[in-house]
Design a protein around this ligand. Sequence first.
Ligand SMILES: C[S@@+](CC[C@H](N)C(=O)[O-])C[C@H]1O[C@@H](n2cnc3c(N)ncnc32)[C@H](O)[C@@H]1O
Length: 242
Amino acid sequence: MNYSPLRYPGGKNKLYPLVKLMINRKSNDLTYIEPFVGGGGLALALLYNGDVKKIVINDYDKAIYSVWRAILTETNKFIDLINNTPVTIEEWYHQRSIYLNKNKKYSLELGFATFFLNRTNRSGVLKAGPIGGYSQKGVYKIDCRYNKEQLIKKIIDISKNKNKIKLYNYDIRTFIKKIIPLYKDAFIYFDPPYFNRRGRLSKLTSRTYQNTEFISIYKYGFRLKGIYFISNLYQKYITKII
Ligand SMILES: C[S@@+](CC[C@H](N)C(=O)[O-])C[C@H]1O[C@@H](n2cnc3c(N)ncnc32)[C@H](O)[C@@H]1O
């Protein structure tokens, strides 16, 4: 079951049984921290199933952060937007223009536009085109991943748990230095953007790292006390550092 209202390419909620096992062996009183949260399906599963008491989530991308913040702090307005916004190709252009032009600071509008594109674009990729194509001649149409009722339910569930969810919008280095030390007894799951074939992290983010910067993220990580779990497509980089 994916509890996230966002679709995420390579979303990690499938890792739930493994992470649950790692956490339960330690304690069920841990704070779960996910510095690159994205859709956050895994974090929500751990929280809802009582494996952890609290989740601390972070994403540097203003658009992704805005989805979470809008859901947590402007829940009813967000739900109204879902109910009142038609899922059409005309609306898609409107939401895309908000996403492209108003993405420098938090707003409910940006959060909703990001959510809308995530639900209506191919594979949930924000910069991709709409499901079914611009002329909507495909077999699947733009609204095929947009079940309003189910999405609203997921949003209400997040809101019901908002006192157990702490959200941040820091770059990973700042997050590691300033925020992680605030939490004792934490389990941290790093799931950074993937390397592509040229050794750069993919452009899921507005900030792209080179290999060396990526490695320094892990060096910061390993200097911390606590339990860590890291995933990445290119395991060779991780084993090299460990
Ligand atoms: C691989 S995705 C995480 C997917 C997530 N685990 C899930 O299952 O949905 C990586 C996330 O890191 C965020 N990100 C990219 N660069 C970042 C940075 N420098 N600091 C913090 N977050 C960053 C991206 O916006 C993206 O949402």
